[in-house]
Design a protein. Sequence first.
Length: 734
Amino acid sequence: MTTVESIELTRDRVPDQTRWPNEMVVGPAAHGVVGRTQGLSYESQQRILDETSEILKKCLPPGCEEGRRTGLVIGYVQSGKTLSFTTLAAMARDNGYQLVIVLAGTTTNLVDQCADRLRRDLDIGRTRDWRLLRQPREGVDADYQRLDIVLRQWRRRPGQITRNATALIVTMKQHDNLRHLRGLLSRCDVNGITTLVVDDEGDQVGLNTRVRRRDESPTYRELRLLREALPRHSYILYTATPQAPLLISRIDMLSPDFAGLLTPGEGYVGGRDYFFEGSAYVETIPSSEVPEADAPEQPPPSLIRAMRLFILGVAAGLLQGGPNNRSMMVHPSRLQEFHATYLYWTQRILADWAQVLEEPPGSPDRDDLWEEFREAYLDLARTIELPSFEQLAEELKDAIGDTLVSEMNTRDGNPIAAPDWTEQYGNILVGGIALDRGFTVEGLTVTYMPRSTGTGNADTIQQRGRFFGYKRSYLGYCRLYLEADTEAAFRAYIDHEEQMRASLRRFIEAGLPLQDWRRAFFLDSTLRPTRNSVLSTDYVRPLLFRNWSYPRSPQLTLELVAKNRAPVDSFLEGIPHSPYRGNPNWTNEQTPPRHVQEMPLAAVYEGLLAQMIYPEEGDSLNLTLLLLQLERLLESDPAQTCDLYLMSEAGDHRYRKLHRERNDRIRLEGFFQGRNEPTGYPGAAEIRSAVRPTIQIHRYDLTLDGEPVAQDVPIVAVHLPRRLQAPMIFQPHN
């Protein structure tokens, strides 16, 4: 299908791609990473290697001239981005990269989590292929010596990959740590060194939050200075929420030159698995149970219901031997005072249940608790095959007793400590920001999130979805308890995410530079794409098409008229002469000579609309937004139809006037033929469907100041009913 992007760009442009002088190698380091990853089928291993090689091909090849490239790699939340950039690091080594830097997060626990994962997946310590430096410091001689030795090896033995180690630096994405890293690099000779820099969660922290003040935020400044200190490097931002990197200024050092899309593997559970009509996995938390200025005085009933479901899942796991552990996440607010309250409640609820279960059979409290768990059992049984309730009831005491409740917060200067997932089978984690992006909750089944959408930034809300991930084997145990607006935001994000990825995929497959990608995509009107502080140019929300869409500045040169006439003539060859006569009193001039009802929209899109060329900026943008709306319709329903009307034939010599505005722009006036009461003609603008897209093709001779300026100019007008449209955002070129 011809797409919006392909008509927006000069068709003879040569794609800006980095050319590797030799065949790129998919070698033992990369194969080792995917081979050591548990649960990967051969097909999944091959997919990861293929996607990684496509990313590396766009990076600077070893031995090239000095320069830098910036790439953006987009996955889904918790879909395997860490495995992807680990494989990328390994493949970079296979091809002779001497230095890999991973900017691993903004907290110590995230850096440790990343470093431990890299050590395991790269098999560091069992070979001499890597030298891992974790949080290196500028003044630590041991760090300098280890790095300097590696870089000198490559100078003594250039090209001898198997005899040289690759330096792997893992550090926090924070200005002090980046300054230390830059200072360390300044002590070494990095000239001629090819470096790969991986920015994990590349849409966070590193972007310039002071761009509107014409200043640099501290972390952004250090990233710029770090990049200036590396003469030959590729900088790859990894994220599941790319809105901010895609919308920052095109001249920003972090604006990507190219993009890559990651495909989740088998077992991944994403938005469409949870958020669908009638989903049993999602429950809305009543507004009366959502904390506002003060936390409720008593545990909300929805929290207690969520905990019952979770404990039953723990009991089933203990009985059947499920995944390595089961976890519940309680994310009530960004404020720590709320966390303390919910921490107390969860601990008290478990203690109360344990105490009631010690009462003898037949006691009222015990019987009541039994019935409450039986009700939860029936809820859980809707989505997963369970042992009998009696069997699970026997495990309830152990399920409660084996569950640890932890607060995930920094208190009294102590860093956040991630749970040891191997110690406790059941874990309930209570926290806020610490449970956002980058943190993996192992075995997560139940999420309780009364937190509101806040400022409504789409990327921030999506990153709270720790419930996404490789959970297919135990999806039936999963439940989401969400505040109403947050639930609506997650539902709205699904179409936004898929449309944006589809648009980027077409652009990537065409081999076109990302800098030319049209920054327009769908987004619910209740959401913002990202924080405004990192955007130097505001985005706009174009109004939905309320009337007809057609070019207001017709193409007047012979060349442009011919370019638009050719696809119209070609398209009309297959349209029969079947006049549309809404009223027998209409004149010949009022009667469209050809009409096709419920014609496949895809045929009109491909054969006509996507071929039109409108160089005037306003008309071009209008066409782009219209085509995006039609693409969305076709993606959701490839069988979508439309009504087509040819309003006048070539040679009819119907005239329309042009007028010159104050800025000398020539505009069309009186486009549609008006209504005529004697014949009952409603006017051309009223010949349209109320439920389907309508396309009218007009052919006019145009005059300006009474003089003819162009003949047989084809003009296509489109009417799209409001119910078929979705809200969008658009950012002008910046």
